[in-house]
Design a binder for this molecule. Structure first.
Ligand SMILES: [Mn+2]
Length: 441
């Protein structure tokens, strides 16, 4: 392993970019060779929503496993190549990490669409803890590592090493801890990438926010290894032996981290160029549920879109219903939850709404026509309204949808809109939805 080197941010010369581009090239070559060599690789991926946490965690874990453990590992992004542009903050952070051509340097699911069955069977999961059903290799899949901060679904306890499923503001913090524990050498731009993910996920390490100890420790470890370390030294941080020493509270107060954090969140929140369809799909997760309480034990599909814009700015006059229904048809959904997160006009307080749509014109198999959508809707509304963490309240303006006379306009839709606990993200909502759908009685 080479010594850590000091790099500028000159495009195309980053050690990290070279590592990623080279592994991508080698992996694709091994797939195309048809010699079974692709099966020697571990594919590490984050969750399908494709936020910076998923990307940074997958990239860093690929680095760790390849360099420190000598296991060839490729990071895979679960978005389509062209959809990288839906998240400006990701493109910006990847640029800071020296990736000047991220669409070429990174591997996307759309790059592998032509290879069926899926060309590798060894997986590492970061930022989620259950292999998605869309990955079907020729051999039975084996999950060799899990590092996550979502609710634990309890899989792969015998095969994953490490298997870390522990709450944190950012999964990137767990990966950073692994890098530290392994005493792995890594380029400064990888530290910058992980740090950026932590800043986005924790509101810049804001006290009283989503950051917990593991996030603060990780940020403290990363910042001194990162490309921003030299800026911090210039800001009067104690410096000895060429390293920056900080305390976590001064880290939050540090100008350079605040400005990095502000740039990232501004880019994340600026989605003014996106229409409703892009808003619904840019931060999207999907779930299948078997319904034990329904006589047919049907499987239904639900989607949860997180949208950083309040409904009144993009979803009124039936747009929620029209665009939501179009997306539901495209994805084959029976339920769509649209979870908005935004800052209120006064005092900039964080707020959240949730809009739910149930489509009743496409019964799930195997029930074909016999499906009881009223029972489904009744359970969903009751379950959401009873949840003590979500604290939903009827939306004051469009509790029953964004059009007057919704029943006449959209007779096949059931719609409810709530406001909710501003701190409860999709990480809370998804397990609540699962519990409602999978209730035994
Ligand atoms: Mn995450």
């Amino acid at each position: 392993m080479s010594k850590p080197q000091h790099h500028t941010l000159t495009p195309g010369t980053s050690v990290l970019a070279d590592f990623l581009a080279t592994t991508k090239e080698n992996y694709l070559r091994d797939i195309r060779s048809g010699t079974g060599k692709a099966n020697e690789w571990t594919v590490v991926m984050g969750n399908e929503a494709g936020d910076l946490d998923s990307i940074a965690s997958a990239v860093a874990f690929a680095w760790l496993r390849t360099q420190a453990l000598s296991q060839p590992t490729i990071s895979l992004l679960r978005t389509d190549r062209e959809d990288l542009d839906l998240r400006a903050e990701n493109v910006y952070a990847l640029g800071l990490a020296g990736l000047s051509r991220p669409k070429d340097e990174l591997l996307f699911v759309s790059d592998l669409a032509e290879f069926q069955p899926f060309p590798s069977s060894k997986f590492a999961l970061v930022d989620h803890n259950r292999l998605a059903s869309t990955f079907v290799p020729a051999d039975p899949p084996s999950i060799v590592a899990v590092v996550d901060h979502h609710a634990d679904e309890g899989f792969y306890e015998d095969t994953a090493e490490p298997r870390i499923v522990v709450p944190s503001g950012s999964c990137a913090s767990h990966i950073s801890t692994l890098l530290e524990d392994a005493k792995a050498e890594f380029p400064p731009e990888l530290a910058t990438l992980l740090l950026s993910a932590i800043l986005i996920d924790t509101d810049g390490l804001k006290p009283g926010g989503k950051a917990i100890d593991v996030d603060r420790r990780a940020a403290d470890f990363l910042v001194r290894k990162s490309t921003v370390a030299s800026f911090l030294q210039g800001q009067g941080f104690n410096s000895s032996n060429g390293t920056v020493t900080t305390s976590s509270s001064s880290l939050y107060e540090s100008e350079v981290l605040q400005s990095l954090s502000n740039i990232l969140s501004t880019k994340k929140e600026d989605v003014s160029h996106l229409g409703p369809r892009d808003l619904l799909r840019r931060d999207y997760k999907e779930y299948d549920f078997v319904l034990p309480w329904h006589p047919s034990e049907s499987t239904i599909r639900a989607g949860l879109s997180t949208v950083p814009v309040r409904l009144s700015e993009w979803a009124l006059d039936g747009k929620l219903e029209t665009e939501g229904e179009a997306w539901m048809k495209e994805r084959g959904l029976h339920i769509l939850g649209v979870l908005t997160a935004y800052r209120g006009a006064t005092k900039g307080k964080r707020k959240r709404e949730m809009a739910w749509i149930i489509r009743t014109d496409s019964p799930p198999s195997p029930s074909d026509g016999e499906f009881d959508f009223d029972a489904l809707a009744g359970r969903l509304w009751k379950g959401l309204e009873a949840d003590e963490v979500l604290e939903v309240k009827e939306h004051k303006k469009y509790a029953n949808g964004t059009v007057d006379g919704i029943v006449e306009s959209f007779p096949h839709l059931r719609v409810r809109v709530y406001t909710q606990n501003p701190h409860a993200t999709r990480k809370v909502t998804a397990p609540v939805l699962k519990a409602i759908m999978e209730a035994q009685t």
